[in-house]
Ligand binder design. Sequence first.
Ligand code: ADP
Length: 161
Amino acid sequence: MTVALYPGSFDPITNGHIDIATRAAKLFDKVVIGIFSTPEKRLTFTLEERVALAKQAVAHLPRVKVMPYSNITVDFAREVGAQVLVRGLRMSADYEREFEMAMLNRKLYPELELVCFMASQDYQFLSSSLMKEVASLGGDINGLVPRHVAAALREKGVSKM
Ligand code: ADP
C-alpha cells in the first residue's frame, strides 16, 4: 500500500489544494493531508479550524485523510507510514523553495520520494494568501474555494461578500 503525505499550512484549503489531493488520490492508496501547526506564522485560522475546513472539503474522497502535525514533516511522514511526499508546483514561484526543501528532506529521510504535481491551469495563480487579499478587498472568491470555506472567511471578517 502506497501512502502519500501532502503537507502544508492550508490557511485555508483552496480549490487548488483540493485539485492536487484529488489527483494524488488517483495514484496512491492513501493520501494524508498534513496540516502543520506553524506557530511562527500569522495565520487566519487556528489549527483546529484549518483541519475542520479541510476535512469537509475532502469528505467526498475516501482515500484522503486530514491530520494535524507539529513535528518536522519527514518525522510526520514516518509516523503515518508515507513513502511519498506530495507537493504542488505553480509556475516558477514554488520551484526554488521546493527544491531546497526536497534536498533537506532527502538528507533527513532518503527513502521518502517527492512527487510534485503541476498546478492545473485554473489554479496556477491561486494561493491562500492571495485569495484572502482578494476576499478582503471585496473580490469574488467563488470558484477559488469551496462554499463552506467562503462562509468561514465571512465569519472571520476576512471576506465581505
Ligand atoms: P506551505 O506553507 O507549505 O506552502 P500551503 O498550504 O501554502 O503550504 O501549500 C501546500 C502545498 O500546496 C504546497 O506544495 C503548495 O505549492 C501547493 N499549492 C498551494 N496552492 C496551490 C495551487 N493553487 N495549485 C497547486 N498547488 C498548490
